[in-house]
Design a protein around this ligand. Structure first.
Ligand code: GZL
Length: 325
């Protein structure tokens, strides 16, 4: 499947080192950065559902300004139809390049065919699409979510200390990070009979979603030892529910999350989360560099994977003071 493009297609690893600026994430805003290269980019963002998304928007808006690219930005409010509408609007405005983070994996071929027919190149950032037609986009820049799930599973396999019941807070249903983080975690613990996922449900990547699902799990699941949350925000919501139930997060119920945004790292350093797998939102600089190459007709790798790390509680204490997001 398209999103499984590997080294054969020229995967490039990069460390994304950019400061992130301020982003308003408005429903539709044009960056006042002007455009000395004459490049106009239409960007259709997922929404503003999490701390990760806010940092990602900030990185894209700041780096467009720094690159002199005129940015037309649309907030999809986590709805695919809004993103499709935005992409159609960018096509009508005849932008030079379209970039977007697909809220879910499927249902994009028709609108991407329209962009192709209009000779407007498309760059996928953050999340992948599930399509058989790899000509529909120039490149996909973002994390390896399956690997992120594997890292979470590996930590638990090494630290479970005996039989553990895991409850899983999944990301947005149908999204690449939810599908792949679930897949990577499951394949890593498959050989560990002591580790059982006893419940799994979507919290839609939001703090409130994580809290509501965890409240339900605490009522319905007899014994919960570990929470595996597909992002920090749902993990933070779970912490609220665990505390309200009179239990100690990080001790009575251990928590593993993905992202490593500031609020998650703060909870990790405080001992309320036990391990975080990083997923960098700082894609803006690399996106703008790729956009300039694509618009200039230069060859770019079909897949550009962001390099990321993991954090224990001790590592979070050391990293927090210099954390960029
Ligand atoms: C991952 C990104 C996910 C984050 C969530 O690249 O798509 O969406 O992990 C965000 O925090 O909502």
């Amino acid at each position: 499947m398209l999103k499984k493009i590997t080294a054969a297609a020229g995967v490039v690893l990069l460390s994304v080192l950019t400061a992130c600026g301020s982003g308003d994430g408005g429903a539709s805003s044009t960056n006042s950065g002007g455009s000395k290269d004459g490049i106009t980019m239409g960007f259709a963002q997922v929404g503003a559902e999490s701390g990760w998304r806010t940092a990602n928007t900030k990185s894209i808006q700041d780096e467009a300004k720094a690159a002199g690219i005129d940015l037309k930005f649309s907030d999809g409010q986590q709805k695919q139809e809004n993103q499709i509408k935005a992409i159609r609007s960018f096509i009508q405005q005849k932008v030079d390049v379209i970039a977007f983070s697909p809220v879910v994996e499927t249902g994009w071929d028709a609108v991407l065919e329209e962009a192709k027919a209009a000779n407007i190149p498309v760059i996928l950032t953050d999340r992948a699409i599930d399509s058989d037609d790899e000509s529909l986009y120039a490149t996909f820049l973002g994390s390896d979510f399956v690997e992120e799930g594997r890292k979470a599973g590996k930590w638990l396999a090494e630290n479970a200390g005996g039989p553990v019941n895991v409850v899983e807070l999944q990301g947005t249903t149908g999204s690449a990070p939810a599908n792949d983080r679930k897949k990577g975690f499951a394949e890593t613990i498959a050989s560990k009979p002591d580790i059982k996922v006893v419940a799994s449900q979507t919290g839609d990547f939001t703090r409130s979603g994580g809290k509501q699902v965890m409240e339900a799990f605490l009522k319905s699941v007899p014994k919960i030892d570990v929470v595996y949350a597909h992002n920090d925000d749902m993990g933070l919501g779970a912490i609220e529910a665990i505390k309200a139930a009179g239990k100690v997060p990080g001790k009575d119920i251990r928590i593993i999350t993905v992202d490593a945004v500031k609020d998650g790292m703060t909870a990790l350093a405080a001992g309320e989360i036990n391990y975080i797998v990083e997923c960098s939102p700082l894609l803006g600089k690399q996106l703008m560099e790729l956009a300039k190459k694509v618009v200039a007709g230069e060859q770019v790798p079909k897949r550009v994977v962001t390099e990321e790390t993991t954090f224990t509680q001790e590592q979070a204490k050391a990293a927090l003071p210099t954390r960029q997001y």
